[in-house]
Design a protein around this ligand. Structure first.
Ligand code: ACO
Length: 199
């Protein structure tokens, strides 16, 4: 996909999508860290620019569909899922974590969030290769050790839309309530989706 914009080209648009939709925001370097460390796990939904894409040099994220039309050289990100592997799991079980998910208001209820989440889940189930691994035994060993047992996330207790998506559409379960998890003091549901039965 050499004509597709690089992940770095899309970073500002991903960040804009995040800032527009959620109070939990991150430095650009945190998005970059996700893409460099777990390039298979995060996805974006974009609307195509009118005159095609500006050339890029490889991409860390993948577009998951396009709708509408915008002017400008780069596609506009209308949805993203930012996902990672938990780096120091307390129970020793490799698992994925959804750092952030959002979809622009203009593009909601079209199934974008569901699709982004399912694409990330598919990668977590199959195998998560570390960036830069060569083919062969090393890669297979890494693939085994990085397969996710489950995927976790946090969501505000008041976030009805996201809760419906996670629990009813995707099958996540509430593991516990984390009191005062958010900066404004709101509690979070810590949610889990078991992946072992999907391996
Ligand atoms: N009310 C009730 N249920 C909803 C709603 C809603 N407003 N939105 C989605 N759902 C549920 C429905 O079951 C829906 O299926 P249906 O349309 O067949 O009924 C299902 O989720 C799938 O909906 P999608 O169209 O895939 O969801 P969408 O693309 O609109 O995105 C999202 C949902 C991400 C929650 C969006 O509303 C959003 O960006 N909200 C603001 C940001 C946010 O809250 N992000 C999640 C924070 S938690 C975290 O980041 C880990």
């Amino acid at each position: 996909l050499s004509s597709y914009p690089s992940y770095i080209d899309l970073l500002p648009s991903i960040q804009t999508c995040n800032i527009t939709n959620l109070p939990e925001n991150y430095f650009l370097k945190y998005y970059l860290y996700h893409a460099l460390t777990w390039p298979q796990l995060s996805f974006v939904a974009v609307v195509r620019p009118r005159n095609g894409y500006k050339q890029g040099s490889g991409n860390g994220l993948s577009g998951v569909g396009a709708a509408g039309d915008v002017s400008g050289q780069y596609p506009k990100v209308v949805g993203y899922v930012l996902a990672k592997m938990e780096e120091e799991p307390t129970d020793g079980k490799q698992h994925g974590h959804i750092t952030s998910l959002s979809v622009m208001r203009t593009h909601r209820r079209l199934g974008i969030a569901e699709r982004l989440m399912r694409m990330s889940r598919k990668e977590l189930i199959s195998r998560v290769r570390m960036h830069g691994e060569a083919n062969g035994y090393t890669e297979r060993a890494m693939a085994e050790s990085h397969r996710a047992h489950f995927v976790s996330l946090h969501v505000r207790m008041s976030n009805v839309a996201a809760l419906r998506l996670y629990r009813d559409t995707l099958g996540f379960e509430v593991e516990k309530v984390e009191s005062g998890y958010y900066a404004d003091g709101e509690d979070a549901y810590a949610m889990h989706l078991n992946l072992q039965n999907m391996w």
